[in-house]
Design a binder for this molecule. Structure first.
Ligand code: GSH
Length: 204
């Protein structure tokens, strides 16, 4: 059972890994402003995605869901495409450093310390420029083929690009745009972006 929210970048990356691994889940689409009690009962911290396994285990961190799914079946070799430490460090920087910046950029009017354009420039110089440099050296972020890091990061780059698509198109990030377009055009991404009605708990 997967509690998910369609546009959430953490949920997207979890769904990508589940789909790549061929794990079929019962999908429960959540409204973040009205989380179902059944979800909060198994994970009180109230973030999506949450995966409730048949044996009762609960995975409520997107990376744990990705690693669990791919540990079972990793046909594209995402886990082994690059050293685990390098992938982990890139994901850590994304989640801990880039994500807060992305939120400031997205909700710039709530963060008047900088203008939206300045938040965008900071996101580019502090994070996306490094991804661009990596893609100048190799076709994927950590080497010659896609790894867990690519899958884990692209939903956040997608969100960044979506804030001001035109401005993103003009940033000096041509390789990153191509890399992003590749993920957005993938069959896997299309499959995980299926629309689901909000789950209504029959017991509620
Ligand atoms: N570290 C968590 C973060 C998940 C997260 O923050 N998800 C957001 C949605 S994108 C959320 O559920 N926020 C709670 C809320 O908005 O109430 C993970 O990797 O799964």
């Amino acid at each position: 059972m997967l509690y998910s929210f369609r546009r959430c970048p953490y949920a997207i990356r979890a769904r990508m890994a589940l789909a790549a691994a061929g794990v079929v889940v019962v999908h429960r689409e959540v409204r973040l402003s009205d989380k179902p009690a059944a979800m909060l009962a198994i994970s009180a911290k109230g973030t999506v995605p949450v995966l409730h396994l048949g044996d009762g285990r609960v995975l409520d961190e997107s990376l744990d869901i990705m690693r669990w799914a791919l540990a079972g079946h990793d046909p594209q070799g995402w886990l082994t495409a690059a050293p685990e430490g390098e992938q982990g460090e890139l994901i850590r920087r994304n989640d801990e450093d880039f994500k807060p910046l992305l939120d400031r950029y997205k909700y710039a009017s709530c963060h008047p310390q900088r203008s939206r354009a300045e938040w965008r420039e900071l996101g580019v110089s502090a994070h996306l420029a490094d991804l661009e440099a990596r893609l100048a050296r190799a076709p994927a972020l950590c080497g010659s083929r896609a790894s867990l890091a690519d899958v884990a990061l692209f939903p956040f780059v997608r969100q960044f690009a979506g804030v001001e698509p035109e401005a993103f198109g003009q940033t000096p990030l041509a390789r990153l745009r191509r890399w992003l377009d590749g993920w957005l055009a993938s069959a896997l991404f299309a499959a995980v972006m299926d629309k689901h009605a909000i789950w209504q708990d029959p017991a509620a």
